[in-house]
Design a protein around this ligand. Sequence first.
Ligand SMILES: *Cc1c(COP(=O)(O)O)cnc(C)c1O
Length: 216
Amino acid sequence: MIILTDKIEKIKNEAERYGAKLVVAAKYLTLDETRSLIDGGVNEIGETRVDSFVEKYDALSDKDVKWHFFGVVQSRRVRDLAGKIDCLHSLDRLSLAMEFDKRLSKPLDCFIEVNISEEPNRNGIPLSKVKTLVKSLSKCANIRIIGLMCVAKRTVDEDELTREFTKMRMMKEEIESMHLDYAPCHELSMGMSNDYKLALMNGSTLIRVGSKFFKN
Ligand SMILES: *Cc1c(COP(=O)(O)O)cnc(C)c1O
């Protein structure tokens, strides 16, 4: 895989103009390619599968990197992530939060994943269930809800994407206004290779971009 370093730099700068951060999705890369990415100056890395994360973390944890995880987490795999990842983007249930909570010695920054497109077979919880989940998390001392995350619909329809991002922003603001110590909810993790520009225009504070940066 060829890593397009200039593109990473360009999109990182673009995100920064909106006060947002870029996390590079490294699921397309081998361990050695991920090492090159980090040595090239990328220090916010996202992984999607627990096994790949474990392999890369074990080999690269001495590097100055913030590890984000945005894939599905089965409860039995929590022990492979707890204490290692810096940010979980795919919190979708109380039982998962409780599993992390009991294994952590300090608070973990989490995003609640929302199935904003409401398509079946998508990860995340419905928008209508977000507030109930947030309230129930008060019992997890080591879970800190810093924001909401979504994967928008795979479409080029900009109006549809804007509607989804706007719904996310409004829910984020609603939770923010609850002023919960454990759920400041100042952030929105949204925007990928195909829709990061619209996401930035609609309040994203963190974009997760991968395929745009790599070429066979
Ligand atoms: C792969 C992935 C990304 C990055 O998507 P690209 O289209 O490759 O930019 C972002 N978020 C999640 C949850 C992913 O699985």
